[in-house]
Design a protein around this ligand. Structure first.
Ligand code: G
Ligand code: G
Ligand code: NA
Ligand code: MN
Length: 250
């Protein structure tokens, strides 16, 4: 309860910050985008991860304000990176309930000057439990402005294949639990191949999360998966380290 009350104060006091984790092209190692991952540096409890505070922020409604801050920060940072390197922002289903959600994102793009094509909005299958029409309309509007849409943690939620048909998507992110199983059993490998083929059927780009080993990378290359993320490439790092990371890879 105390933590819930602290969220609003923490936002005002600048206790939130973003880390970034690269999403890399499997063939050429090029950094396609960096995913913004929210962190809370609590004055008494130290570092708190989003698994803990995002559900609380959703419960209290402060997620709207926090979500706006995240988009604004991410766009402001990304515009300083060399184009076409993009930024990927996680968005909670509740944020769609804000009637100004889309407008705010488009305003952030206009104000920072970031090309819409460089912003990816990541939603999880949990958005399917919000008003489907509302979510569909918002995603379509963003997409028609050039913003890319990714379905995150794919394979772990309640989504049906039909959702892939109904939702305007550009990218499917296979959940990292599948990457860790991939080379353990033949079934694990087939599952990843199947999800990639599913994504190809809908002409969606595939990213796989949680790539930790060279063997895993070699395997997804073989499958033809286009993009990957994981500790093999980099752990999430501070905003101030992004430029150095990008320069080192050129
Ligand atoms: O980075 P970490 O492993 O702690 O992330 C845990 C979860 O929190 C992930 O599922 C991630 O998508 C989510 N998350 C990270 N940053 C944000 C954010 O800014 N907004 C929302 N809604 N979720 C986030
Ligand atoms: O749910 P989402 O995919 O947004 O969660 C992102 C989180 O996953 C990041 O906070 C990061 O810490 C974690 N993560 C990213 N890459 C790896 C990886 O290769 N292995 C493991 N175990 N976790 C990872
Ligand atoms: Na994510
Ligand atoms: Mn994910």
């Amino acid at each position: 309860l105390e933590l819930e009350r602290d969220l609003a104060r923490g936002l005002l006091d600048g206790e939130f910050y973003l880390e970034y984790q690269p999403i890399v092209g499997v063939e050429n190692g090029e950094v396609r985008s960096l995913e913004a991952l929210l962190r809370w540096s609590h004055p008494k409890r130290g570092l708190i991860t989003p698994d803990i505070f995002i559900p609380l922020a959703e419960k209290t409604g402060i997620i709207q304000a926090i979500g706006k801050w995240v988009v604004q920060q991410a766009c402001a940072s990304a515009v300083t990176w060399p184009a076409p390197t993009g930024v990927s922002v996680n968005v909670s289903g509740d944020q769609f309930k804000d009637p100004n959600f889309v407008t705010h994102i488009l305003d952030c793009l206009a104000e920072t000057g970031l090309a819409p094509e460089r912003l990816t909005i990541e939603v999880t299958e949990a958005v399917f439990s919000v008003d489907i029409d509302l979510v569909c309309r918002s995603l379509a509007e963003l997409r028609s402005s050039g913003v890319r849409i990714a379905l995150d943690d794919f394979g772990t939620g309640f989504s049906s294949i039909n959702n892939l048909r109904l939702f305007p998507l550009d990218e499917l992110k296979i959940d990292r639990s599948f990457a860790s199983q991939m080379l353990e059993t033949s079934q694990g490998a087939k599952l990843v191949d199947l999800m990639h083929k599913l994504s190809e059927t809908f002409q969606i780009r595939t990213t796989i999360e949680g790539i930790e080993t060279k063997n895993q990378l070699d395997f997804i290359k073989l499958l033809g998966i286009g993009e990957a993320q994981g500790f093999l490439f980099a752990k999430p790092f501070a905003a101030g380290e992004v430029m150095e990371y990008l320069q080192k890879r050129l």
